[in-house]
Design a protein around this ligand. Structure first.
Ligand code: OAD
Length: 230
């Protein structure tokens, strides 16, 4: 049986594809207040502002291309049973070739009814406008997780993380819960590596490789593929 690798990613893995991170200098949460654009209350108060914020992110993500980091993660499938658990709402992992991706914070390219969470549809790069309705009649909104909402697919993510033989964490500040907390369930992982630019406090038990994921991941993946488990 192949070893299971769980790759847990955040905004940093897409930084070199030109998509902004959240908390770095110049990041999205420095330009916009979370409370204005990423909460259910913001959507109730000013839906046009929230829709336009996500319309812009959706069109930027659609125009972006996967980078060498996303591609290296996809290549891991040549030697391992790989599951990507991502906090990202872009689809760059899928477009790089990763076949199993769990999106904890939803997907930019999906819309859903604001009163009908089950009425999800793929909209690609298209904008959502005020007045666009789901098939059950409520206003469409992005199928992304806002602050105060439950994250998606927790059970599946926890199952994968518990079963991981190796854990590769990439491009995340590990500051947003409950997503970051799921890593505490990696009981079986014998090897844990984190690839990121900055970390206040590297988590215990991890090897920290400091640098850009598009530069470091191809080498790391080549190492792991060259010495697969016996
Ligand atoms: P953050 O912006 O909090 O952290 C990005 C991390 O990526 C930082 O630790 C950077 O050091 C690192 N980084 C930046 N460029 C990099 C590069 N080229 N290569 C490797 N690492 C790099 O983003 P997340 O941790 O993803 O949630 O944020 C988690 C969640 O907070 C997001 O999913 C979003 C946000 O609020 C929601 O919107 C619900």
């Amino acid at each position: 049986m192949r070893e299971k690798v769980v790759v847990f990613t955040g905004a940093g893995v897409s930084a070199e594809s030109g998509l902004g991170t959240f908390r770095d200098a110049g990041g999205l949460w420095h330009e916009h207040s979370v409370y204005d654009v990423a909460t259910p209350e913001a959507f109730a108060r000013n839906p046009e502002l929230v829709l336009s914020f996500y319309n812009e992110r959706r069109s930027k993500a659609a125009a972006a291309e996967p980078n060498a980091g996303h591609r290296a993660i996809a290549e891991l499938e040549q030697g391992f049973d790989v599951v990507v658990v991502t906090q990202n709402v872009d689809d760059l992992h899928e477009r790089a070739g990763s076949s199993r991706v769990i999106h904890l914070h939803g997907k930019l390219r999906e819309a859903r009814g604001s009163d009908h969470p089950e009425a999800v549809r793929d909209i690609g790069a298209e904008p959502i406008n005020l007045g666009d309705l789901c098939e059950r009649g409520s206003q469409l909104r992005p199928n992304v997780v806002w602050f105060g909402e439950e994250i998606h697919h927790v059970d599946a993510a926890v199952r994968e993380i518990r079963a991981a033989d190796r854990l590769l964490v990439v491009g995340t500040s590990l500051s947003v819960y409950p997503a970051a907390g799921l890593l505490g369930d990696a009981w079986n992982a014998r090897e844990k590596v984190i690839v990121t630019l900055d970390l206040d406090d590297p988590p215990r038990g991890y090897e920290w490789r400091r640098g850009k994921s598009a530069e470091l991941l191809p080498g790391l993946v080549a190492e792991w593929l060259a010495f697969p488990p016996g």
